[in-house]
Every structure is written in C-alpha cells, then in structure tokens.
Design a protein around this ligand. Structure first.
Ligand SMILES: *[C@@H]1O[C@H](CO)[C@@H](O)[C@H](O)[C@H]1NC(C)=O
Ligand SMILES: *[C@@H]1O[C@H](CO)[C@@H](O)[C@H](O)[C@H]1NC(C)=O
Ligand SMILES: *[C@@H]1O[C@H](CO)[C@@H](O)[C@H](O)[C@H]1NC(C)=O
Ligand SMILES: *[C@@H]1O[C@H](CO)[C@@H](O)[C@H](O)[C@H]1NC(C)=O
Ligand SMILES: *[C@@H]1O[C@H](CO)[C@@H](O)[C@H](O)[C@H]1NC(C)=O
Ligand SMILES: *[C@@H]1O[C@H](CO)[C@@H](O)[C@H](O)[C@H]1NC(C)=O
Length: 495
C-alpha cells in the first residue's frame, strides 16, 4: 500500500518536474524569431489579465507591480510554442513602453496540464504608477511571418489613485498620508460649536478642519507638534451642523496642498447632565406644531412673493438687489496660468465652487471645441459678458504646484492653456484702463497672497487665500448682485 503511494508520488513528481515553466527577461526590440520564416506558428492566447500587486520589496520606489497572467489555448499548435512576449504602454504625463519575453523552459507535450486544467502562467513586473492608463499586449512566439496577421491579445488597465487598497502602499501615497488613519470624529456641542477629534500624523503638524453643510459653516487651523496624538478642536459654526461634513486637510511637507483629505460626519454629542429623551423632544415638537405650521406657511408665501418680485425686477432689467437671491447658480469663469496643475488644483477648486458656493464653473479645459470654433478672444469676450465673476487662480509657489502626486495625464496645462490666461489678463487690463467697473474680477491664491510682479495689476481685485479665506470668498461670490467699488486703479498694466 505504502509502496504504491510512494510510486504514485514519484510518478507525479516526475510529471511536475517536466512541466514547462517560464523564464522572463526584458526584450525591448523585435524577437529574433521575427527574422526567420516559419511555416507553422502557435495560435494566440486564450485569456490575458492584469492586476496590481504589492511587491515584496516594501519600501522600494516601485512597490506596486503588475501581475500579468495568461492562459494558453488548448490546441495542437501549442507544440510549436517557445515563448510569450508581453508589452506594456503606459499613458500619463510621460509615455512609457517596455516588453518582457517569457521563454517556456520545456516544449509543451500536452494541450492541457497533466493534472487537468489549462496552461496558465503569470509574470509579476512592470511598475504601476498612479492614475495611469496601461495598454497590455501579448503574443506568442514564434510569431506569424512578416506579412501575415499576427495573433495577439490585449487588455487595458487603469491604475487607481492613492485611496485604492493596494495603491495606498505606493511610496508617493505613503508620503501623501495614505496610511495615516486620522479616525475623524465630530459632534455638535450646541448651536454654535462643533467638536472635532482626530489622530495626528508623524508626517506633518499642520491641518485644517472644515465644516460644510452645502456651504462652509466653519473651519479651524490646527498646529500639533507632538507625535501621533488624539487632538481635539472646537470649531465655531454659523449654521446647522448636525449631519454636516467635516473635511480634514493635512499639509505634509511632501504633498503640500495636495495631500489626501479625510472626511467625517458631524453627529450630535452625547448629552451629559440634562438630557432630552427622544419622546420628550417629540412631544415638545408636537406641542409646537399648531404654531409652527402657520408660521411655515407664512414663510413659504413670503418666499414665493419674494421670488415673484425678483423675477419681475429681472424682467424690467433692474438687477440691483441689496441681498443675494441665492436661487440661480453664480456663473464663474476660472482662468489660471499654465503652470498650475490642472488636476489637483483647478479641479479641487472647481469642485469646491460647485459644491459649496452654489456656482456653475466655466473652464477653458471643458470648452476646447467651442474655443477652437470661436477663437479664444471671441470666446473670452462672450464669457466675460455672460458670467457673474471671473476668478484668476494664481499661485506664487510654482515648484510645489505640480509635484509627484499630481496627475498630469489628461489636459496637461503645459500643452493646452497657454494663451488663455494672458488673454484674460489683457482683457482685465483693458477694463482697468477704460475705467470699466472691475467688480467681476476676483483673485484666488494658493498659499501666500502676494501678487507676482507680472500680474501686479490684479492687486486692485479682492484677494482670497484658499482654503483659509474660503467662507469669505463664498460670501463674496454669492453677493454678485451687489456693486463693489473698484477701489484704486493702476495706470500701468504691463504684461
Ligand atoms: C529566451 O530565448 C531567446 C531565444 O532563444 C533568448 O535570446 C533569450 O535570452 C531567452 N530569454 C531568457 C530570459 O531566458
Ligand atoms: C498573479 O495572478 C495569478 C493568476 O490570477 C495568481 O495565480 C498568482 O498568485 C498572482 N501572483 C501574485 C504574486 O499575486
Ligand atoms: C479598455 O477596455 C475596455 C474593455 O476591455 C473598453 O471598454 C475601453 O474602451 C478600453 N479603454 C481604452 C481607453 O481603450
Ligand atoms: C476611532 O475613534 C473612536 C473614538 O475614539 C474609537 O471608538 C474607534 O475604535 C476608533 N477607530 C479606529 C479604527 O481606530
Ligand atoms: C473628543 O475627545 C474628548 C476627549 O477625549 C471626548 O471627551 C469627546 O467625546 C470626543 N469627541 C468626539 C466627537 O469624538
Ligand atoms: C456652546 O458651547 C461652548 C463650549 O462648550 C460655549 O462656550 C458656548 O457658550 C455654548 N453656546 C451656546 C449658545 O450654548
């Protein structure tokens, strides 16, 4: 019995040891087989898959690699198969291309594995960058002759960003705080105060906590020098905070303004001392209901009347209200110089405007076709008339704008937006010279608010620093109907 088992094991071992395995190495150029005519060639692959895996060299620059796996077709042509070649093209700000050739150590004797199942192999290699589209192609060798169709198989793979459960181990992501778990908790203490707790990171000591309930209702900067500790910050708020979102923005040395932000929700603080049981609250509400209902109806009627009046005024083209109507979105044209990183800076700013300042944002980036049709000057002039505000998005810290965490893949500002910012600035300058009211213009800075010399004319505009002046900026934006005096005017407006 034991002898039989032993011989069976030996037989299995013998079979396993002669099974082909792969030996892979880089082969950037054409394969040597390409130069030779082959009367018979192997068929194509049956399946090709790619998934990112964490490499074992943990702290290496490229700790995330591709696991490329493929399945061979079970047909007679497998006997001719010598190798499989895999080529990967990566498309982000830089285009990358590399190929690997995997030789089979033995000729294939069977169409399937002796143990059953198809021949499946995998190769782990090809470093994976963040937010990159990869095209992965594979073909068998010897490949078809030069003028014949070469069977190959391809798949694409888009690598995710730092929040992905595997990508977060990438060195860049770790530096941007991907492994930091701040465990943000926040609760409403009373009508005017929210308490936010979070665990600090050893990567930096500067944070900003922002409370937003559609619009920003409060924020606070936090400086914490101690190594990872649980920090508590009390933030005054100007609106209903229960259910609001709290956003924690860290400012680490390596990622500056582009660090990974964390979110939490504001809940009611557990009541200590005097507590209202739920039933008591409900009965109180019930008691108030008869008084509340008429008041509510009254308010609705007032609102309706207000809307009607506003609508009539608009029709008579007497748009001069002391307070904002807040009903229609504010149209905002955002212009930015080409050195600003589109994805991280402009997109985040746009998102902020849309989500928290009731704005409809117009970006050159989204209207390329229209601009091409109309010409940039005509397009800008039209937009200038149509929008409520024109925001110049500036940064005086160019070096950190497009750092490593920034994805410059699509709409790289360096290729696309070269003429629009100077044009918009010229337009502004001509308004300045012509004594046209400048109330449409605003300037927003990242980091410090000191205007670069070349754009010094913009210093007459109201200036805001993100995200420090975010509430003030939103308030100003929503007050578009109000006239803002242009303040002092500069006579020189040189480019
Ligand atoms: C694979 O085989 C080719 C042709 O025989 C050879 O040039 C190449 O060096 C081999 N590659 C590896 C990794 O063994
Ligand atoms: C790569 O993928 C194959 C097929 O899914 C799997 O068998 C193999 O374990 C993977 N390798 C790694 C290192 O994850
Ligand atoms: C990637 O592949 C999917 C399906 O295989 C396809 O729908 C998609 O269009 C491809 N994307 C690109 C950019 O080629
Ligand atoms: C987050 O903090 C809360 C309160 O301090 C604690 O109960 C919870 O276990 C923490 N969660 C994690 C994942 O650390
Ligand atoms: C924050 O921490 C303090 C002190 O540990 C605790 O009393 C409070 O309940 C915490 N608040 C939240 C919202 O987690
Ligand atoms: C809210 O709480 C804070 C601190 O807990 C306190 O200073 C403030 O007076 C309270 N405000 C109201 C309206 O109760």
């Amino acid at each position: 019995m034991s002898l039989a088992l032993l011989s069976l094991a030996a037989l299995c071992w013998g079979l396993v040891s002669t099974e082909p395995t792969i030996q892979c190495g880089s082969e950037p150029g054409p394969s040597p087989e390409w130069m030779v005519q082959h009367t018979l060639t192997p068929g194509d692959l049956r399946d090709l898959r790619v998934e990112p895996v964490r490499s074992r060299v943990a702290m290496e620059d490229y700790s995330i690699l591709m696991n490329v796996s493929w399945v061979l077709r079970a047909d007679a042509s497998i006997r001719l198969l010598k190798a499989t070649k895999i080529c990967v093209t990566g498309k982000s700000n830089l285009q990358s291309y590399s190929c690997v050739r995997c030789n089979y150590t033995e000729a294939f004797q069977t169409q399937t594995r002796p143990s059953g199942g198809r021949w499946t192999f995998s190769y782990v290699g090809f470093p994976v960058e963040l937010n990159t589209v990869y095209f992965i192609g594979a073909h068998n060798i010897p490949n078809a002759n030069m003028n014949e169709d070469s069977p190959s198989m391809s798949v694409n793979f888009t690598s995710p960003g730092c929040l992905d459960h595997i990508m977060k181990y990438q060195k860049k992501c770790i530096k941007a705080g991907s492994l930091w778990d701040p465990n943000v908790t926040a609760c409403k203490k009373n009508k005017t105060v929210v308490e936010v707790n979070f665990t600090t990171s050893p990567l930096g000591n500067k944070y900003m906590a922002l409370i937003q309930n559609r619009i920003v209702i409060g924020f606070s900067n936090v400086l914490e020098n101690k190594p990872p500790t649980r920090t508590s910050v009390v933030i005054p708020v100007t609106g209903e905070s229960e259910g609001a979102m709290v956003q924690l923005t860290p400012y680490f040395h390596t990622c500056g303004n582009d660090c990974i932000r964390r979110k939490g929700t504001v809940v009611l603080c557990p009541q200590t001392g005097i507590s209202f049981p739920l039933d008591g609250r409900r009965s109180m509400m019930g008691g108030w209901w008869p008084f509340l209902l008429p008041a509510l109806l009254g308010a609705t009627a007032l609102l309706a009347a207000g809307i009607y009046v506003i609508w009539r005024h608009k029709r008579i083209k007497k748009a001069s209200f002391p307070t904002a109507t807040l009903l229609a979105p504010i149209k905002v044209l955002v212009v930015y110089p080409s050195e600003i990183c589109f994805h991280h800076t402009v997109c985040h700013f746009t998102e902020f405007l849309q989500n928290h300042c009731r704005s409809e944002v117009i970006l050159e980036e989204w209207q390329k076709k229209k601009i091409a049709e109309m010409g940039p000057v005509q397009w800008l002039t039209t937009q200038k008339k149509a929008v409520d505000k024109i925001v110049f998005l500036l940064s005086n810290d160019v070096n950190t704008m497009c750092d490593s965490t920034c994805d410059k893949s699509e709409g790289s500002p360096h290729e696309n937006s070269q003429d629009l910012f100077p044009l918009a600035f010229n337009l502004f300058c001509s308004d300045l010279r012509n004594q046209t009211p400048l109330r449409k213009y605003m300037v927003v800075y990242f980091r410090e608010a000191d205007t670069k010399d070349e754009y010094s004319a913009l210093s007459v505009c109201p200036k805001y620093r993100l995200m420090k002046d975010a509430p003030a900026f939103c308030t100003e934006l929503l007050r578009v109907e109000q006239h803002m005096s242009a303040g002092k005017r500069l006579t020189a407006c040189s480019m």
